[in-house]
Write a new protein. Structure first.
Length: 175
């Protein structure tokens, strides 16, 4: 009987020795949107492998627009979203159960870029403004800026979806 107990104890002890505690990493899916300096923290996190130092295995996912990132968060497809405050506020006002942990950028990071012949704000009336996506931070920022310049974005200008920063700027690049 004692031999059987000793054999079972040895088998269990040798099995426990084969378990690697490093394999027990936590997994986390983090999504960010838009090629913007506002997402630099996520890129540093990824490049410096900061989460791996704490046994967390991150999957960093780039998504084209903040409303889509938020949809993925609400659907449970990602665990953490690096998205704009404007998108978060819009979702909260619509009834989404989201919480902001940290805010890094205190203002809109987009700029109004025009053709050379537009030199005064009132010349923007009747023009078309390109944003990443309707409802995104660039959309809210453009509408806010136009209102501050005395232009009603819903009546005196047209706002269209034109893609992310690289796509929008590529259209205006002079060769």
């Amino acid at each position: 009987m004692a031999g059987k107990f000793l054999l079972i104890t040895l088998v269990i002890a040798s099995w426990l020795q084969t378990i690697d505690p490093v394999c027990a990493q936590e997994k986390i899916r983090i999504a960010w949107s838009g090629a913007s300096p506002a997402n630099a923290a996520v890129w540093v996190l990824q490049e410096k492998r900061l989460l791996q130092k704490y046994a967390v295995d991150p999957e960093i996912i780039a998504i084209s627009a903040s409303p889509i990132v938020l949809q993925a968060l609400l659907a449970g497809e990602i665990d953490v979203a690096a998205t704009s405050v404007a998108t978060l506020v819009s979702s909260r006002l619509a009834g989404a159960d989201t919480v902001m942990i940290l805010g890094m950028v205190r203002t809109f990071v987009d700029h109004i870029i025009t053709e050379q012949n537009i030199t005064r704000p009132e010349q923007l009336k009747g023009k078309i403004g390109g944003v990443n996506r309707i409802g995104s931070t660039s959309d809210l920022g453009l509408r806010f800026a136009l209102r501050r310049l005395g232009i009603d974005p819903d009546k005196e200008a047209k706002v269209i979806t034109a893609g992310g920063n690289p796509e929008r700027l590529r259209r205006y690049r002079r060769v």
